[in-house]
Design a protein around this ligand. Structure first.
Ligand code: ATP
Length: 195
């Protein structure tokens, strides 16, 4: 069974994340995509705007009734800095019969060599890259150990980011149709990201 790992802060989850997951699933013949919200992402300085349980709840709401999508709380439960290698090692131990690919946007691909234990990670998984507007993949700057394990997938460019969604909420602007309706209602009901 081939599983795509969609890691992120999901603060909040939006249609860019969902379309990246679906595009990668179809293009790479993945059986499932597992969404794994980070407790504390290693390369982000600021703390997430919403608590882990709220971010996980929004992921559950976004993928509700999608048979190929699952959400895992493994990084939230572990706490501390959420290194992908730790997650992958744990998942492989629990699921030795599965192969894992990490779905990753073009902004993060360029950072891959600086990820914790990047070389070991590249031995355990493959990477599925999706393009993000304004962030082209700089292949010439990536080492062979990553390029050899990287497949780039075309998806309709979605110029959404969680940062922009949080900023819009803080300004009192609408975020309707940027996130699934069940995520939208959860954000509004709980007053998330208000200034
Ligand atoms: P923030 O703005 O808070 O940094 P984000 O929108 O970048 O958040 P993350 O949760 O950090 O979202 O991203 C998780 C993964 O989804 C990353 O691999 C990221 O590159 C990818 N991703 C996020 N938004 C998009 C998008 N609009 N199109 C394609 N990939 C995306």
């Amino acid at each position: 069974m081939k599983v795509g790992i969609m890691g992120g802060t999901f603060d909040p989850i939006h249609y860019g994340h969902l379309l990246a997951a679906e595009t990668a699933r179809e293009a790479c013949g993945l059986d499932e995509v597992w969404f794994i919200p980070a407790f504390q992402p290693p390369l982000k300085d600021n703390e997430p705007g919403a608590e882990g349980p709220s971010r996980l709840e929004m992921v559950y709401r976004a993928i509700d009734f999608q048979p190929h999508f699952r959400a895992l709380d493994i990084e939230l439960e572990r706490g501390g800095t959420s290194y992908t290698i730790d997650t992958v090692e744990a998942l492989l131990e629990q699921n030795p019969e599965r192969s894992f690919s990490i779905i990753i946007g073009s902004d993060r691909i360029n950072d891959l060599p600086s990820w914790h234990r990047a070389k070991e990670l590249a031995e355990l998984v493959t990477f599925i890259g999706v393009e993000r507007p304004g962030e082209s993949i700089e292949k010439s700057r990536l080492p062979d150990y990553i390029l050899d394990r990287l497949q780039i997938t075309q998806m309709p460019l979605i110029g959404l980011s969680s940062t922009d969604i949080r900023r819009r909420r803080a300004e009192g602007s609408s975020i309707r149709f940027m996130v699934p309706e069940k995520v939208h209602s959860f954000i509004k009901r709980n007053g998330l990201y208000e200034s």
